[in-house]
Design a binder for this molecule. Structure first.
Ligand SMILES: *Cc1c(COP(=O)(O)O)cnc(C)c1O
Length: 293
């Protein structure tokens, strides 16, 4: 964006590994270390049928020689999602849990119940966010070797944003783009998780495109544009909405001239498993999307 002298760099965490990439790897790194050091041979976690975290946990099990158990929200479908097929191919044992029961997964006693049923395991919460997830995300910031003023990231649970915020300096700002509509508790969750953080934080809630895992023609065209012009593939659930927001804020002259921005590509490319038609269109070159959801 030459006329406003704004620079945008993209931190390519999508390139870490084809199956274990982005913030899901960052959040898992120290958890895996802990699991292996405490001699656990099984990881157990929760997620939906298209979850990036389920996919990453299965891949981690495959890559590090651990068994994996995935508790999947809802009923099994006649044809499992591609995400679940890939997780099973990576050795994950899948167990479906009725939604009303799944919702209570964080109630006291539930983990004990699961130990009774599945034996010993290392527990990863849904989405992969726990205390050990933050230092992995903090490491990302130390890898950036250009000076910058603003870091931008997508958010679900806010674990990634918390880790990033912890590692930023007082003269830097973190802009958070929630992928969920109306996640009112996110600022408090992040504030609680980062009591010693010095960097300012801002939330930009206008870029959810209708809500979690919803895509519009405009968003799809933006993904095509970035792919065609920069050869960078964004994911349809998180990073595309964040980067759209960054471009939009630039066009609104939101940033001071000269601002140097790092946008974090937090991976999630397996998320395309839930968007077959769009994926085909993306591969076949620029086209107008006309899919009703
Ligand atoms: C899961 C995910 C997020 C959300 O991360 P949180 O730490 O839960 O906020 C962001 N981007 C991508 C690509 C993801 O897969």
């Amino acid at each position: 964006m030459a006329d406003r002298n704004i620079s945008v760099w993209i931190k390519r965490d999508d390139l870490i590994h084809p199956l274990l990439q982005g913030n899901k790897w960052r959040k898992m790194k120290f958890n895996l270390q802990q699991a292996i050091e405490s001699q656990k041979d099984t990881l157990l976690t929760f997620g939906g049928a298209y979850s990036n975290h389920i996919a990453a946990t299965a891949a981690a099990g495959q890559l590090f020689g651990l068994k994996t158990i995935g508790i999947i929200r809802g009923e099994p479908t006649a044809t499992p999602s591609l995400t679940l097929q890939q997780a099973a191919a990576n050795g994950m044992q899948l167990h479906f849990m009725e939604r009303s029961h799944y919702r209570l997964k964080d109630e006291p006693g539930r983990i004990e119940e699961l130990h009774y049923r599945f034996g010993d395991f290392y527990y990863l919460p849904e989405g992969g966010t726990n205390a050990l997830a933050l230092p992995g995300c903090e490491e990302l910031v130390g890898e950036i070797d250009v000076p910058f003023d603003v870091m931008c990231c997508a958010a679900g649970t806010g674990g990634t944003a918390s880790g990033l915020r912890n590692a930023l300096h007082a003269n830097q700002r973190l802009l958070v783009f929630p992928a969920l509509k109306g996640e009112g508790s996110l600022p408090q969750l992040i504030a609680n998780a980062t009591p010693h953080a010095v960097a300012n934080i801002e939330f930009h809630r206008e870029y959810h495109f209708g809500g979690y895992a919803k895509i519009t023609d405009e968003l799809f065209q933006f993904i095509q544009y970035i792919f065609v012009h920069h050869r960078i593939l964004l994911d349809p659930v998180y990073t595309s909405k964040m980067l759209y927001g960054v471009y939009d804020l630039i066009l609104q002259n939101y940033f001071e001239p000269g601002t140097r921005i790092i946008a974090v590509h937090s991976g999630g490319l397996q998320g395309w498993c839930g968007f077959h038609q769009e994926w085909e269109m993306l591969k076949n070159g620029p086209a107008k999307r006309n899919i009703q959801r």
